[in-house]
Design a protein around this ligand. Sequence first.
Ligand SMILES: Cc1cc2nc3c(=O)[nH]c(=O)nc-3n(C[C@H](O)[C@H](O)[C@H](O)COP(=O)(O)O)c2cc1C
Length: 214
Amino acid sequence: MSENLGDYRKSYHKASLTLQESDSDPIIQFDRWFKEVESSDSVEEVNAMTLATVGLDGFPKSRVVLLKDYNAQGFTFYTNYNSEKGKAIAANPHICISFFWPELERQVIIKGQARKVSEKQSNTYFQARPKGSQLGALVSPQSEIIPDREFLENRLLVLENEYNDKEIPRPEHWGGFLVAPHEFEFWQGRPNRLHDRIRYTGHKNQWKRERLAP
Ligand SMILES: Cc1cc2nc3c(=O)[nH]c(=O)nc-3n(C[C@H](O)[C@H](O)[C@H](O)COP(=O)(O)O)c2cc1C
Protein backbone atom coordinates (compact mmCIF):
# COMPACT_ATOMS: atom_id res chain seq x y z
CA MET A 1 0.00 0.00 0.00
CA SER A 2 1.19 3.48 -0.81
CA GLU A 3 -0.63 6.63 0.15
CA ASN A 4 0.51 10.01 -1.11
CA LEU A 5 -0.42 12.79 1.31
CA GLY A 6 1.34 15.54 -0.60
CA ASP A 7 -1.90 17.43 -1.14
CA TYR A 8 -2.71 17.64 2.58
CA ARG A 9 -2.11 21.32 2.98
CA LYS A 10 -3.53 23.87 5.33
CA SER A 11 -3.09 27.61 5.47
CA TYR A 12 -2.58 29.21 8.87
CA HIS A 13 -4.04 32.62 9.49
CA LYS A 14 -5.67 32.79 12.93
CA ALA A 15 -3.15 34.75 14.98
CA SER A 16 0.39 36.03 15.31
CA LEU A 17 3.13 36.08 17.93
CA THR A 18 5.78 38.78 17.74
CA LEU A 19 8.52 39.48 20.27
CA GLN A 20 6.55 42.57 21.29
CA GLU A 21 3.32 40.60 21.78
CA SER A 22 5.01 37.84 23.78
CA ASP A 23 5.38 38.19 27.53
CA SER A 24 8.90 38.44 28.97
CA ASP A 25 8.02 35.50 31.25
CA PRO A 26 7.39 32.27 29.32
CA ILE A 27 5.15 30.82 32.03
CA ILE A 28 2.89 33.86 31.72
CA GLN A 29 2.97 33.46 27.94
CA PHE A 30 2.08 29.76 28.35
CA ASP A 31 -0.74 30.64 30.72
CA ARG A 32 -2.08 33.20 28.24
CA TRP A 33 -2.12 30.68 25.37
CA PHE A 34 -3.45 27.84 27.54
CA LYS A 35 -6.38 29.97 28.71
CA GLU A 36 -7.12 31.15 25.18
CA VAL A 37 -7.24 27.54 23.99
CA GLU A 38 -9.38 26.55 26.99
CA SER A 39 -11.86 29.35 26.46
CA SER A 40 -12.10 28.67 22.72
CA ASP A 41 -14.04 25.52 23.70
CA SER A 42 -12.79 23.88 20.53
CA VAL A 43 -10.08 21.65 22.02
CA GLU A 44 -11.18 18.55 23.87
CA GLU A 45 -8.11 17.77 25.96
CA VAL A 46 -6.27 21.08 26.23
CA ASN A 47 -3.94 19.56 28.84
CA ALA A 48 -2.87 16.56 26.75
CA MET A 49 0.84 16.89 26.03
CA THR A 50 3.45 14.78 24.32
CA LEU A 51 6.22 13.76 26.69
CA ALA A 52 9.51 12.71 25.10
CA THR A 53 12.20 10.92 27.06
CA VAL A 54 15.49 9.32 26.13
CA GLY A 55 15.11 5.64 26.91
CA LEU A 56 17.52 3.16 28.44
CA ASP A 57 17.98 1.81 24.89
CA GLY A 58 19.25 5.23 23.78
CA PHE A 59 16.19 5.92 21.63
CA PRO A 60 13.85 8.86 22.17
CA LYS A 61 10.26 7.86 22.87
CA SER A 62 7.22 10.08 23.06
CA ARG A 63 3.76 9.45 24.38
CA VAL A 64 0.81 11.53 25.54
CA VAL A 65 0.28 12.32 29.23
CA LEU A 66 -1.97 14.83 30.95
CA LEU A 67 -0.69 18.06 32.41
CA LYS A 68 -2.18 18.34 35.90
CA ASP A 69 -0.66 21.54 37.20
CA TYR A 70 1.57 24.40 36.08
CA ASN A 71 3.05 27.33 37.94
CA ALA A 72 6.32 29.28 38.21
CA GLN A 73 8.13 26.09 39.28
CA GLY A 74 7.09 24.11 36.23
CA PHE A 75 4.73 21.52 34.79
CA THR A 76 3.41 18.46 36.63
CA PHE A 77 2.08 15.15 35.35
CA TYR A 78 1.39 11.85 37.12
CA THR A 79 2.45 8.38 36.14
CA ASN A 80 3.85 5.03 37.23
CA TYR A 81 7.48 5.50 38.31
CA ASN A 82 8.24 1.91 37.21
CA SER A 83 6.91 2.47 33.69
CA GLU A 84 9.21 2.75 30.71
CA LYS A 85 9.09 6.55 30.96
CA GLY A 86 9.64 6.40 34.75
CA LYS A 87 12.80 4.37 34.31
CA ALA A 88 13.96 6.58 31.45
CA ILE A 89 13.55 9.72 33.58
CA ALA A 90 15.37 8.12 36.53
CA ALA A 91 18.36 7.53 34.23
CA ASN A 92 18.10 10.79 32.31
CA PRO A 93 15.85 13.54 33.67
CA HIS A 94 16.21 15.71 30.56
CA ILE A 95 12.84 15.59 28.87
CA CYS A 96 10.70 17.47 26.39
CA ILE A 97 7.00 18.16 26.57
CA SER A 98 4.95 19.61 23.75
CA PHE A 99 1.43 20.73 23.05
CA PHE A 100 -0.26 20.92 19.65
CA TRP A 101 -3.48 22.89 19.59
CA PRO A 102 -4.47 22.68 15.90
CA GLU A 103 -7.71 24.62 16.39
CA LEU A 104 -5.65 27.70 17.27
CA GLU A 105 -2.74 26.71 14.99
CA ARG A 106 -0.34 26.66 17.93
CA GLN A 107 2.46 24.49 19.23
CA VAL A 108 4.47 24.87 22.43
CA ILE A 109 7.65 22.88 23.04
CA ILE A 110 9.27 22.87 26.47
CA LYS A 111 12.60 21.28 27.39
CA GLY A 112 13.38 20.78 31.02
CA GLN A 113 14.53 18.64 33.88
CA ALA A 114 12.03 16.28 35.55
CA ARG A 115 12.04 15.37 39.22
CA LYS A 116 9.59 13.55 41.44
CA VAL A 117 7.17 15.78 43.34
CA SER A 118 6.93 15.33 47.12
CA GLU A 119 5.12 12.27 48.47
CA LYS A 120 2.68 14.64 50.11
CA GLN A 121 1.78 16.22 46.77
CA SER A 122 1.37 12.81 45.11
CA ASN A 123 -0.81 11.63 48.01
CA THR A 124 -3.02 14.70 47.79
CA TYR A 125 -3.52 14.30 44.06
CA PHE A 126 -4.04 10.53 44.31
CA GLN A 127 -6.71 10.93 46.96
CA ALA A 128 -8.52 13.47 44.81
CA ARG A 129 -8.82 11.01 41.88
CA PRO A 130 -12.00 9.01 41.27
CA LYS A 131 -11.92 5.57 42.90
CA GLY A 132 -11.77 3.79 39.52
CA SER A 133 -8.63 5.70 38.54
CA GLN A 134 -7.05 4.97 41.94
CA LEU A 135 -7.72 1.26 41.48
CA GLY A 136 -6.38 1.42 37.94
CA ALA A 137 -3.06 2.69 39.28
CA LEU A 138 -2.92 -0.26 41.69
CA VAL A 139 -3.99 -2.80 39.11
CA SER A 140 -1.72 -1.95 36.22
CA PRO A 141 2.00 -2.74 36.17
CA GLN A 142 2.37 -0.05 33.53
CA SER A 143 4.64 -0.94 30.59
CA GLU A 144 5.14 -4.57 31.75
CA ILE A 145 4.13 -7.48 29.51
CA ILE A 146 0.88 -9.05 30.72
CA PRO A 147 -0.73 -12.31 29.56
CA ASP A 148 -4.15 -10.97 28.61
CA ARG A 149 -6.88 -8.45 29.46
CA GLU A 150 -8.37 -10.83 32.05
CA PHE A 151 -5.18 -10.39 34.07
CA LEU A 152 -6.17 -6.74 34.61
CA GLU A 153 -9.87 -7.42 35.09
CA ASN A 154 -9.25 -10.16 37.66
CA ARG A 155 -6.87 -7.95 39.60
CA LEU A 156 -9.45 -5.17 39.50
CA LEU A 157 -12.11 -7.47 40.97
CA VAL A 158 -9.80 -8.57 43.78
CA LEU A 159 -8.85 -5.01 44.64
CA GLU A 160 -12.43 -3.73 44.39
CA ASN A 161 -13.38 -6.27 47.06
CA GLU A 162 -10.36 -5.54 49.18
CA TYR A 163 -10.96 -1.77 49.17
CA ASN A 164 -14.74 -1.91 49.12
CA ASP A 165 -15.12 0.31 52.17
CA LYS A 166 -11.53 1.39 52.72
CA GLU A 167 -9.49 4.33 51.54
CA ILE A 168 -7.14 3.26 48.76
CA PRO A 169 -3.52 4.06 49.58
CA ARG A 170 -1.33 5.55 46.87
CA PRO A 171 1.08 2.91 45.60
CA GLU A 172 4.67 4.02 46.19
CA HIS A 173 5.49 3.52 42.53
CA TRP A 174 2.85 6.01 41.39
CA GLY A 175 3.23 9.77 41.62
CA GLY A 176 4.02 13.06 40.00
CA PHE A 177 6.94 14.48 38.08
CA LEU A 178 7.59 18.21 38.01
CA VAL A 179 9.31 19.44 34.88
CA ALA A 180 11.44 22.53 35.62
CA PRO A 181 11.69 24.28 32.24
CA HIS A 182 14.84 25.77 30.75
CA GLU A 183 13.69 26.30 27.17
CA PHE A 184 10.33 27.21 25.62
CA GLU A 185 9.32 27.57 22.03
CA PHE A 186 5.99 29.11 21.05
CA TRP A 187 4.94 28.40 17.46
CA GLN A 188 2.09 30.22 15.81
CA GLY A 189 1.07 29.17 12.31
CA ARG A 190 1.14 32.02 9.74
CA PRO A 191 0.40 32.35 6.02
CA ASN A 192 2.89 31.11 3.41
CA ARG A 193 4.68 28.91 5.94
CA LEU A 194 6.25 32.04 7.48
CA HIS A 195 5.26 30.96 10.95
CA ASP A 196 6.14 32.82 14.14
CA ARG A 197 8.57 31.05 16.45
CA ILE A 198 9.60 32.68 19.69
CA ARG A 199 12.15 30.85 21.81
CA TYR A 200 12.94 31.53 25.46
CA THR A 201 16.12 30.18 27.03
CA GLY A 202 17.29 30.57 30.59
CA HIS A 203 15.58 30.10 33.90
CA LYS A 204 13.52 31.91 36.56
CA ASN A 205 13.35 35.69 35.85
CA GLN A 206 16.36 35.41 33.53
CA TRP A 207 14.80 34.55 30.22
CA LYS A 208 16.27 35.50 26.85
CA ARG A 209 13.75 35.81 24.02
CA GLU A 210 14.62 35.27 20.35
CA ARG A 211 12.77 34.81 17.08
CA LEU A 212 13.59 31.67 15.13
CA ALA A 213 13.18 31.14 11.40
CA PRO A 214 10.26 28.89 10.56
C1 LIG B 1 -5.00 11.38 26.06
C2 LIG B 1 -4.04 10.50 26.83
C3 LIG B 1 -3.74 10.82 28.14
C4 LIG B 1 -2.84 10.04 28.87
N1 LIG B 1 -2.49 10.42 30.13
C5 LIG B 1 -1.56 9.72 30.81
C6 LIG B 1 -1.08 10.19 32.07
O1 LIG B 1 -1.45 11.26 32.56
N2 LIG B 1 -0.18 9.41 32.72
C7 LIG B 1 0.29 8.23 32.20
O2 LIG B 1 1.11 7.58 32.85
N3 LIG B 1 -0.12 7.79 31.00
C8 LIG B 1 -1.02 8.50 30.28
N4 LIG B 1 -1.44 8.07 29.05
C9 LIG B 1 -0.87 6.80 28.52
C10 LIG B 1 0.53 7.05 27.95
O3 LIG B 1 0.42 7.66 26.68
C11 LIG B 1 1.36 5.75 27.84
O4 LIG B 1 0.67 4.79 27.10
C12 LIG B 1 1.69 5.16 29.21
O5 LIG B 1 2.01 6.15 30.16
C13 LIG B 1 2.85 4.18 29.12
O6 LIG B 1 3.97 4.83 28.60
P1 LIG B 1 5.45 4.26 28.73
O7 LIG B 1 5.39 2.76 28.54
O8 LIG B 1 6.23 4.94 27.65
O9 LIG B 1 5.95 4.60 30.11
C14 LIG B 1 -2.30 8.85 28.29
C15 LIG B 1 -2.61 8.55 26.95
C16 LIG B 1 -3.46 9.36 26.24
C17 LIG B 1 -3.73 9.02 24.79
